[in-house]
Design a protein around this ligand. Structure first.
Ligand code: SF4
Length: 314
């Protein structure tokens, strides 16, 4: 029995085979790190670059290297191009469209995922991608970094956009395109305990139509402003262990509609950083197993408690 709707399952349903996401970079800087902006407090600007990509590598090299690496490692032939690094709709619009086109035209590419921020989604780029995709219709997703629905948290982590900016972007994307939207959320941000995180997810799915969600446990990287915040305000940070994290994920999955794709449950690096636990040996497989066991115990699964418009903003 499937307890939640994974991206692998989605790909299998759509393409009837296994595929892999191919991380790519537009080679543009992050717009939240230029013109005096200091970036999100949890980000050090380098840790999220896939290890096989090199700075300013051209797109052809990135694709060749990535296909070779992931093709061999995961025994797959086809991919989704995944502009993952920085804000992949930031830059010269024509150049960006050329890059997307290079990826979409590749015969081993079945879809495209473009990660971005709510304040860098605009009609010209959306209409441009729609036009590119008229030739050979491929599956297009926009991955929107939101991290939290609470404006006080967004301010504290220096995102430089509001929750309303996100809602406006989602409405624009749905009006102009048939692209699917994934939202990226960080669990464990300062001031957000499990109860607050649950209420945030209820608000999110009450407010907008989203097709996928990706979770990440907050990772506190040395040298970041988040690290300083953590040292000064330890009590503001909920200290997850394996059990409380997997239980929280079950709680969240229960209130997420069953047709929403769960793109990721956590990033592996942050799983290794659980405090006060035997984290070294904790694996993704164990997390998945814990979720399965908990769902069996609850007699539950994704979407069981989702009821649209049931929830009020608090
Ligand atoms: S998390 Fe993304 S938007 Fe924030 S500073 Fe890092 S790259 Fe920029």
């Amino acid at each position: 029995m499937d307890f939640y709707y994974t991206f692998n399952k989605y790909l299998q349903n759509l393409h009837h085979q296994r595929l892999w996401r191919l991380p790519l970079s537009t080679n543009y800087p992050c717009p939240n790190r230029i013109e005096g902006k200091t970036g999100c407090t949890y980000c050090d600007g380098v840790s999220f670059l896939p290890h096989y990509l090199k700075d300013n590598d051209n797109l052809q090299n990135q694709m060749e290297r990535g296909m070779k690496f992931f093709g061999k490692r995961y025994k797959v032939e086809y991919f989704y191009g995944y502009f993952q690094y920085n804000t992949s709709t930031y830059g010269n619009t024509l150049e960006l469209l050329k890059k997307y086109d290079t990826v979409l035209e590749h015969d081993k590419i079945k879809g495209l995922i473009i990660s971005t921020r709510p304040d860098f989604v605009y009609p010209e780029i959306l209409n441009g991608i729609c036009k590119l995709n008229e030739k050979i219709k491929k599956d297009i997703w926009l991955e929107m970094g939101l991290q939290s629905v609470f404006d006080e948290t967004l301010k504290r982590i220096n995102r430089n956009h509001s929750y309303q900016d996100f809602i406006n972007s989602v409405e624009m994307i749905k009006k102009l395109t048939d692209f699917k939207i994934t939202v990226h959320m960080i669990l464990g941000l300062p001031g957000e305990d499990p109860e607050k995180i649950r209420s945030g997810i209820k608000i999110l799915f009450n407010d907008c139509r989203i097709d996928g969600i990706k979770f990440r446990l907050l990772e506190i990287l040395p040298g970041t402003a988040m690290h300083q915040d953590y040292q000064k305000n330890l009590n503001d940070f909920y200290n997850f262990d394996h059990k409380s994290y997997s239980n929280l994920l079950c709680d969240l999955l229960e209130i997420i509609p069953e047709n929403v794709v769960i793109m990721r449950l956590s990033n592996f690096k942050s799983l290794k950083k659980f405090e006060r636990t035997d984290s070294k040996h904790y694996t993704k497989e164990q997390l998945v197993e814990e979720i399965k066991t908990e769902f069996i115990k609850r007699g539950s699964k994704q979407g069981i408690y989702f009821k649209k418009k049931q929830y009020e903003h608090s």
